[in-house]
Each structure stands twice: as structure tokens, then as C-alpha cells.
Ligand binder design. Structure first.
Ligand code: SF4
Length: 503
């Protein structure tokens, strides 16, 4: 797509507006105009009272226009935001006519819609005024403005000054028993690569020791521990027990008793009673058992190697283990899913009364075969109606939204929302998404993120340290001696926490 921008607007913002209506569109440098190349012209005109924006969009043989004017006092009064709101509104007018789509989130771009609500609530808006302002300025549906406000309110209850001074620990297992058709994660799934697991676990144990030694050296308190994947329960019961023992030893040495300890078990086809008993014995408080859908046809279409019955069995095993919290992940808008089958899935899950339900919207990255085969329908209304149904049904059953993020290339530009019974929120999700405190990570593809305490204006300083992306790179580094990486982590942590815990 080619952009023509006349005015003080960052191209990235205009690109994100284009992606609302044309998901997956690319902006290669030096692209030449052509019949199949969409184009957008955006022009701003500023005077003493505000900003006028005009937008022209061209896709195929269609061309549409939109105009808007925004006063300088709109939003939080920041001139850049006023320009964005004017351009966004004009873009929406042109985009709606071009595509026939009225995006539920209006012109709200960005990963964290609740961030805007947090700013407004922090500036003294009541929840009602906050939702009104979001709806008015960003042209969202009223329900989405309320959702962003409610998530922000839930986060503010969970993010205390004490939590900001603590850290969390992430441990990654990038292996899965088979590959889901929509997956674009680096997880290893072929039998040959699964043979690497024993060596990977040796390297990981070493890595976990290193991360915890840095935590002890800096006198840090641990708020939560998260074992994620991939599929952590792809490990045998003995392998899982050994990893949990290693983490347990380190928690004991650090004198830590985290508020939450999650094992993202994930795929129902990997969960058994022995693994769950081991998890609970080692202090795990939360597990995820993820069917994604309870429709056998949809599960087959997305290449999940389990049936709805296998999910119900795995859920029962998890429940019988006595673990405190169970999360169930679902995806709305999956290929082949309908509003009716999604409703059946949601109702079937809600009837089990799990503490958390996370409703994602189907999102396809470029490498996935869904996009290649044209099975991705960005404009699908099924997903929009499914997430609306989920919100209503879950609120009605006593769940509240507490965590939300958006991704690119998502059906209908929709959101992913975590719902929880009050007091059972998935804390790590909030700490990680809202960049509440540092997360020290081990395993391939894991990222350590140092997050400072907030400055008076609320901003935080962030530094990242990346682990090798693929397990084979991670293992090569381990074989050659992982001392350099630990030394880098130690030095970065000393630099970061040495100055008054990251202030
Ligand atoms: S379980 Fe998740 S990480 Fe594993 S293959 Fe499926 S989508 Fe990918």
C-alpha cells in the first residue's frame, strides 16, 4: 500500500489506520502505484481552533473520501493526539464506505486499549465519563469503551505499589506434541526435534539456577512464576517433576512464596493425573487447560490433536488435583466456527465453572497456512458476535474482565480478554501485559524485561535481554558454555536494580 501524508502525522499511525480496514496490508518502501496497490492520501490543515483532516482511499477500482475536524481541546488536549483524532475520524468515514465495515474499536489502535482508560481515570474522570470520552473521541462501540474502562479498573485493583517493586519469573518450554494449523510460534513439534527435550531440560535447569541467583543477589521479591509454552505438559511426568523440583529448590533458597505459580499446561492431550499431582505438590496454583473450541469439526479444521471429550477429561483431572485456579482458553472466529457452535463452546466451558476464561480472537501471522489458503476472513462478523456473546454470558455468570490486549491481523480487529471470578485473576498476565515490574526469563525464545518504577508522569524505563530464539540455538550456546549470557544478565540486573531497584 502507498501512503501520501501531508501534515504532522507519523506514517506508523496512518499504517495502523489502514490495517483496521485492510488487515495484513504491507507498506514496502519504494512501491510503485498499480491497479492492485491500495493507496491512501491524508492531509491535515491546522488553524487557531483545531485540525481539519481529509482522507482519500483507493482499493481496486473503488475510491472513497472522508473529512473531519477536531478542536484543539479534544482528548487530553495534546496537539499530536488532536491531529491523530482528526485524521482517524476522517479515515473511519472513508474506510467505512470503502469496505462496509464499522470497526467496533473505531480508530483506537495499539495493543492495550485499557491504557487510554487508565490515563482518563488517572486524570479524575469517573468510570462513566471515561467510557463516554473513549466512545466519543475514538468512535468505539459503547460496549468496547465500557470494556476498556472495566479492565483498567480491575488492573488498578491488582497493581499495587508493593507489586511494582517485585519481579516475576518466566520459564519457557517451546515444544508441542503436534502443530496446530494456525500456529506461528517457534515451538518444536516433529519427533526428531522432540528428542531434544532431555538436553533442553538440562540447559533450562542451568538457566533457571542463573535467573534465581540474580534474583537473590539483588534481594528481589517474587510476585509470580509462569511456566509457559509451547506446551509445558508435553514433558513426561518425571521430566516435569524434575523441572518443578528445580524451581522449588530455587524458590526455597530465595525464601519466596509467590502469590501465583502458573503451569500453562495447554493442550488437553498432554495432561494426566500424575503430572497434575506433581504440579500441586510443588506449589502450582494455576493451570491452563485449553480446548480453544468444543466443536469437533473446528478442532479438526485447526489441527488440534484432541477431541472435546479429551478436554473434559483433562479438565476433570485438573479439578480433581485440587489446584486453586483453572484457566480455559477459547478462540472466537476460528475457521469453520459459527455463532452457534461458539455459543455452545462458551456455554459448555462456563458450565464447568473455571476460575478464569480467556477469550482470544483468531489471529493469523504471515507464515500460517490459513492466510496462504485464503481461509482467513478478516471481515468476519462471526467473531464480533462471538466475543460479544462471551462477554455477556461471562459477566452474567459472575466473571469480570481484568486483562485485555489486541494483536495485528486479528479477525475484525477484535480483542483478547481475560475474565476471572473476583479474586482469581491471572496475575502474571496483568504484570506482563501492563509492564508492571521486571520479568526475568529462562528458556529459548524467552525475553527478560527490566521495568523501572514509574516516573512522576507515569512512564517507565524498559530494557530487554533476549534469549536465543530457537531451541537448537539455545542448546548450541549451552554446549559452548552459557556463562557469557548469565554474566550479561547479572551485569544488566546490577545496573538496573543497583540504582534503587530501577528508579
Ligand atoms: S499448542 Fe500453541 S504453541 Fe503449540 S502448536 Fe498449538 S498453537 Fe502452537
Amino acid at each position: 500500500m502507498i501512503l501520501h501524508i501531508n501534515g504532522a502525522l507519523k506514517p506508523y499511525y496512518v499504517q495502523t489506520l489502514c490495517m483496521i480496514f485492510l488487515p495484513g496490508v504491507k507498506f514496502p518502501e519504494g512501491e510503485e502505484p498499480g491497479e492492485d496497490i491500495p493507496e491512501a492520501w491524508v492531509a491535515l490543515n491546522e488553524d487557531g481552533t483545531g485540525v481539519s483532516a481529509s482522507v482519500r482511499l483507493k482499493a481496486g477500482d473503488r475510491e472513497t473520501r472522508g473529512e473531519a475536524r477536531t478542536a484543539w481541546g479534544a482528548g487530553n488536549g495534546d496537539p499530536d493526539r488532536v491531529r491523530k483524532l482528526a485524521a482517524g475520524e476522517a479515515f473511519l468515514a472513508a474506510g467505512e464506505v470503502l469496505t462496509g465495515i464499522r470497526p467496533p474499536w473505531g480508530i483506537m489502535t495499539g495493543v492495550r486499549p485499557a491504557k487510554v482508560a487508565t490515563e482518563l481515570l488517572g486524570a479524575g474522570y469517573t468510570p462513566g465519563d471515561c467510557a463516554d470520552a473513549i466512545r466519543r473521541d475514538y468512535l468505539t462501540e459503547p460496549g468496547k469503551a465500557r470494556l476498556a474502562t472495566d479492565v483498567s479498573l480491575a488492573e488498578s485493583r491488582l497493581i499495587t505499589p508493593e507489586i511494582r517493586k517485585q519481579v516475576s519469573v518466566y520459564i519457557g518450554i517451546p515444544f508441542c506434541p503436534t502443530r496446530c494449523a494456525y500456529c506461528s510460534f517457534v515451538s518444536y513439534t516433529s519427533p526428531g526435534l522432540l528428542k531434544l527435550i532431555p538436553e533442553y531440560l538440562d540447559a533450562l535447569a542451568n538457566d533457571v539456577d542463573g535467573v534465581f541467583s540474580v534474583i537473590r543477589e539483588n534481594g528481589l521479591e517474587i510476585a509470580s512464576v509462569y511456566i509457559g509454552g509451547g506446551t509445558p505438559t508435553v514433558l513426561s511426568a518425571a521430566q516435569l517433576d524434575s523441572l518443578l523440583s528445580k524451581i522449588g529448590e530455587n524458590l526455597e533458597k530465595a525464601g519466596a512464596s509467590p502469590r501465583e505459580y502458573t503451569l500453562e499446561a495447554g493442550r488437553p492431550d498432554t495432561i494426566d493425573a500424575e503430572k497434575m499431582a506433581s504440579a500441586v505438590r510443588h506449589g502450582v496454583t494455576r493451570v491452563s487447560v485449553n480446548p480453544q473450541s468444543l466443536s469437533p469439526d473446528v478442532l479438526r479444521a485447526i489441527g488440534r490433536a484432541h477431541t472435546p471429550e479429551m478436554f473434559f477429561d483433562a479438565y476433570r483431572i485438573a479439578r480433581d488435583s485440587g489446584v486453586r485456579d483453572i484457566n480455559v482458553d477459547l478462540i472466537a472466529g476460528l475457521p469453520g466456527d459459527t455463532e452457534e457452535t461458539f455459543r455452545e463452546t462458551l456455554d459448555g466451558v462456563a458450565a464447568l465453572d473455571p476460575e478464569n476464561v480467556t477469550v482470544h480472537t483468531f489471529s493469523v501471522k504471515k507464515s500460517s497456512e490459513f492466510r496462504a489458503e485464503g481461509r482467513f476472513e478478516p471481515e468476519s462478523l462471526t467473531a464480533a458476535r462471538s466475543v460479544d456473546y462471551a462477554e455477556g454470558a461471562l459477566r452474567g455468570a459472575g466473571y469480570l474482565p481484568y486483562y485485555m490486549y489486541r494483536q495485528k491481523n486479528t479477525v475484525g480487529n477484535l480483542e483478547n480478554v481475560g475474565y476471572a471470578k473476583p479474586g482469581h485473576e491471572g496475575l502474571y498476565n496483568v504484570y506482563m501485559m501492563e509492564e508492571v515490574h521486571s520479568i526475568l526469563a529462562s528458556g529459548a525464545h524467552a525475553v527478560t524485561k527490566f521495568v523501572s518504577l514509574p516516573a512522576p508522569d507515569g512512564s517507565v524505563r524498559i530494557e530487554r535481554l533476549f534469549q536465543p530464539k530457537y531451541p537448537y540455538e539455545y542448546l548450541r550456546e549451552y554446549r559452548e558454555g552459557a556463562g557469557a549470557r548469565l554474566a550479561a544478565l547479572r551485569e544488566a540486573a546490577r545496573g538496573f536494580f543497583g540504582k534503587g531497584k530501577g528508579e
